[in-house]
Design a binder for this molecule. Structure first.
Ligand SMILES: [Zn+2]
Length: 105
């Protein structure tokens, strides 16, 4: 199992800080890339926490294109190219099992 997919998955939620530190973001659901400024919708903030900086940092980005909680920023240290996003999509959104590539024969 590729550990990086597991680690990167954690950055799809509560990722406000990572998105702010990114200069490019990608969506593991629709596989599109976009600048962090495009992320205008966030979830996870309650009305009684609007002034709480720590709560703001725990927000989760919603993809500006498909609306899913599946945004990865390159500030998290992972590539947001189509290859990596596609592998994330296969692993987490297609409900397929992560396994090593079959040995070439
Ligand atoms: Zn998307």
């Amino acid at each position: 199992m590729k550990n990086e997919l597991l680690v990167a998955y954690r950055y799809l939620t509560n990722n406000w800080v990572q998105i702010q530190a990114s200069n490019m973001c990608g969506c593991c659901h629709c596989l599109q890339t976009f600048p962090p400024e495009s992320v205008v919708a966030w979830t996870g903030l309650h009305f009684d926490e609007l002034d709480d900086p720590e709560a703001i940092k725990r927000q989760t980005a919603l993809c500006p294109l498909c609306g899913n909680e599946s945004v990865l920023g390159n500030g998290a240290g992972f590539p947001v190219d189509p290859d990596f996003l596609g592998r994330m999509n296969d692993a987490w959104f297609q409900r397929t099992i992560i396994r090593k590539p079959a040995a070439k024969t």
